[in-house]
Write a protein that binds this ligand. Structure first.
Ligand code: FAD
Length: 381
């Protein structure tokens, strides 16, 4: 008899886990995904973690490994066919700093980090003229740090591809919300409004929504949602597919996709819960601020679309994954914050390995799930 595994949540983490598990001949995979608020399909799409100034070494090791994993992962998924540019493209990153001295410092950090992360690629400080050769509409006067290994990913296109491949391998996709989990004798019942089904193992890849499934089972979680919104500009008659990812100083980035679509974002709103409403005034001022310095052409381009989604954060901003304490055969990952698209395929693969009782690449002790998910014992209730 096949091992029945349920994957709840089909963002980048759940869809990657589903892809790997669906390839196992001894496993029957069912994916449940409600879709609302998904971080992955809202994401800006930047894969370029190396030049961050964050000091969290364990986080850095995860995102560094995640970025390095992407090309091999997608080559495996595509099984010899070319990786579609509409999904993933290694186009390089341009990082701006207002002071030349800060660019020099960043270049040194990048060169040091490249010793352990050759995937950063070539590093150089580019003059405004050199930037113009890569992005002809650049009208700014600043130099920027170039890292040729940076990439962009369309989160929605990636997830659609992974679910398609998992379905081809026999996985079942259920576009429904899981209402509750009922554990009994090391098996789990997964309940939706339409169905009730038993599983040998459950992978929880529901990001910020993890408390909704675990709190009813008497767990306390250190996890909070953060709202992110972004805007999409359209440039006509210009080929943008090969333009690099642009990271101006500050939190708003510019990510050119094919067909003249330019993603600008994103906001980091900590006090909005799971709200997804688009605030057009906020986004218009964000777009104006970030494009003014960069290009007069972008400043004149029209906003044609908006996206919003929810990120998941722990109180110390650290991600975690592993077996859920005191809940046999249930595995979870969360807290991937603003770099979950980067880490997602690798974390999804790690969850698939755990579900198959195999050893993972990222040491579990570095991402201790028991620190963020605690069972409330009867006495303290
Ligand atoms: C605006 C924005 C920009 C971002 N930009 C970047 C970026 O440039 N680079 C980067 O690396 N990261 C970025 N991120 C972060 C990244 O998108 C997330 O960390 C990552 O996508 C999380 O993936 P996930 O699979 O864990 O969760 P999600 O993608 O959030 O997926 C969770 C899924 O579970 C489903 N779900 C929840 N509860 C249930 C239930 N009970 N039953 C069924 N389904 C359920 C949800 O509907 C959702 O589809 C960004 C995030 C946002 C919001």
């Amino acid at each position: 008899m096949k091992k029945k595994i349920a994957i709840i949540g089909a963002g980048v983490v759940g869809a990657s886990a589903a892809y790997y598990l669906s390839k196992e001949e001894t496993v029957e995979v069912t994916i449940f995904d409600e879709g609302t608020g998904q971080g992955t399909s809202a994401a800006a799409g930047i894969i370029s973690p190396w030049l961050s100034r964050r000091r969290n070494q364990k986080w850095y090791r995860m995102v560094k490994a995640g970025a390095a994993f992407y090309p091999d992962f997608l080559n495996e998924v595509m099984d010899g066919a070319p990786i579609p540019e509409s999904v993933y493209s290694k186009v390089g990153t341009l990082l701006f700093k207002s002071k030349e001295r800060h660019l020099e410092e960043l270049l040194k950090i990048g060169q040091k980090r490249r010793e352990e992360a050759p995937e950063i690629g070539d590093l150089a400080i580019l003059s405004p003229e050199e930037i113009k050769q890569k992005i002809p509409i650049y009208t700014g006067e600043q130099s920027a740090l170039w890292a040729s290994g940076g990439a962009k990913v369309d989160g929605k296109a990636l997830v659609d591809l992974l679910i398609e491949k998992a379905s081809q391998h026999g996985a079942t996709f259920v576009p429904e919300r899981v209402e509750k989990l009922e554990p009994e004798n090391e098996r789990l019942t997964v309940v939706t409004a339409q169905s009730t089904d038993d599983f040998d193992c459950v992978v929880l890849a529901v990001a910020a929504w993890l408390p909704t499934l675990l709190e009813p089972l008497d767990y306390e979680l250190d996890l909070r949602p953060q709202k992110g919104q972004l805007a999409i500009l359209a440039l006509s008659d210009i080929s943008t597919a090969q333009w690099p990812v642009i990271m101006p100083e500050g939190e708003t980035d510019i990510i050119p996709f094919e067909g003249g679509r330019i993603v600008i974002g994103a906001t980091h709103e900590n006090d909005q819960g799971f709200d997804l409403e688009i605030d057009q005034d906020l986004l218009t001022s964000m777009v104006n601020e970030s494009t003014t310095q960069f290009s007069t052409f972008l400043r004149e381009a029209k906003i044609v679309d908006y996206r919003s989604g929810t990120r998941a954060y722990t109180s110390d901003f650290s991600p975690y994954y592993g077996p859920v304490p005191s809940l046999p055969n249930v595995y979870a990952a969360s807290g991937l914050g603003s770099t979950g698209l980067t880490a997602g395929p690798l974390v999804g693969k790690e969850l698939a390995l755990l579900a198959m009782n195999q050893v993972t690449q990222l040491p579990l002790v570095d991402y201790p799930i028991e620190q963020y998910i605690k069972k409330i014992d009867e006495q303290t209730k």
